[in-house]
Design a protein around this ligand. Structure first.
Ligand code: GH3
Ligand code: MG
Ligand code: MG
Ligand code: MG
Length: 303
């Protein structure tokens, strides 16, 4: 079996109205992938949504809903848009092939097919799927600290905002900034500064412990924690814990005017979202609270 990056087996959905073809293709792939089968267009769409296969092998000529209509539907839905579709069909005109590819299929194979060629084409497309996922994962992470980056945070904020709005749940946000970090760098060098950011990131990552929580590096020495379903007292308690844990790291800071070690200032905001769009003042409130924490002397939480 060929593994995906998550260590699971790739799933291939085979769609054909003729049982003989389904069996032939299933036999071709069953040793390598998890194979699921659909015998018509409606079932194909249902199974695609339910199982999120890594690739779909799709017949065109089927009663009721043909393969072209299936692709149109898959491409309209967020959950199925990305799944690569390979047409495998008796329709061998250039116009049909052009239409199939135009609709967004990644490949077009005509029947009768050579099994070995179908096998390698599918394998190659699955390799691209695998590489795309690795790139997507990398693009969401901060290179220095390994925690999610600002791009990922921005996506998560939109998702969680809407989710909390629908569920009528609170959403909390903590913005954290390392105190006196410029003098730290100046005194101990940039490489030592980088190590501080890695240690602080590890503390914040451990703090994001509920499902849906997200700790991210927002930029420079500034971090954010997104806490869906977390109300003001819970979020304040967590912020205070994180402040304490960073202090307990006891990373010597020879140039800090306020403490002997590296400290963190944190600002927070909580909301009960009413709109479906993220309200820009949400982040601004947390940021303003951070500013207050700085002004009040640093190494503290403000709300
Ligand atoms: P404050 O307590 O008000 O936050 O003071 P500060 O010195 O931390 O704030 P300031 O914004 O003046 O300085 C931030 C510093 O963070 C300056 C910049 O060189 C440093 N910095 C930003 N990104 C990185 C990084 O990736 N690595 C290192 N080592 N330093 C960084
Ligand atoms: Mg058919
Ligand atoms: Mg700072
Ligand atoms: Mg800063």
């Amino acid at each position: 079996m060929t593994m995906t990056d998550q260590g699971a087996v790739h799933t291939v959905l085979i769609v054909d109205d003729e049982k003989h073809n389904r069996l032939l293709l299933t036999e071709l792939f069953a040793g390598q992938y998890r194979v699921i089968q659909a015998k018509n267009g409606a079932q194909a769409i249902e199974l695609a949504q339910q199982h999120q296969p890594d690739l779909i092998l799709l017949d065109v000529l089927m009663p009721d809903m043909d393969g072209m209509a299936v692709v149109r539907t898959l491409k309209r839905e967020d959950r199925t848009r990305q799944i690569p579709v390979v047409f495998i069909t008796a329709l061998d005109s250039a116009a049909d092939e052009e239409l199939g590819l135009e609709l967004g299929a990644v490949d077009y194979i005509t029947k009768p097919f050579h099994p070995s060629i179908v096998r390698v084409r599918v394998r190659n497309h699955l390799q691209i799927v695998h590489q795309r996922r690795l790139l997507e994962q990398l693009a969401a992470l901060d290179g220095l600290t390994g925690i999610p980056n600002r791009r990922r945070f921005d996506q998560a904020l939109e998702q969680e905002w809407r989710r909390c709005q629908r569920a009528g749940q609170p959403l909390s946000l903590i913005v954290a900034d390392v105190d006196w970090f410029k003098p730290y760098n100046d005194a101990l060098g940039h490489a030592a500064g980088d190590r501080v950011l890695q240690e602080v990131a590890a503390v914040l990552r451990q703090g994001a412990r509920r499902p849906g929580d997200l700790a991210a590096r927002y930029g420079g020495e500034e971090f954010v924690l997104l806490l869906p379903g977390t109300d003001v007292p819970q979020a304040q308690e967590l912020a205070e814990q994180l402040r304490g844990r960073v202090q307990q790291l006891a990373l010597a800071h020879p140039a800090s005017p306020v403490a002997l070690s590296v400290t963190l200032s944190l600002g927070g905001a909580s909301t009960l979202a009413q709109t479906s769009e993220v309200d820009g003042s949400f982040f601004a409130r947390a940021d303003a609270a951070l500013y207050q924490a700085k002004k009040a002397g640093r190494n503290r939480v403000h709300w």
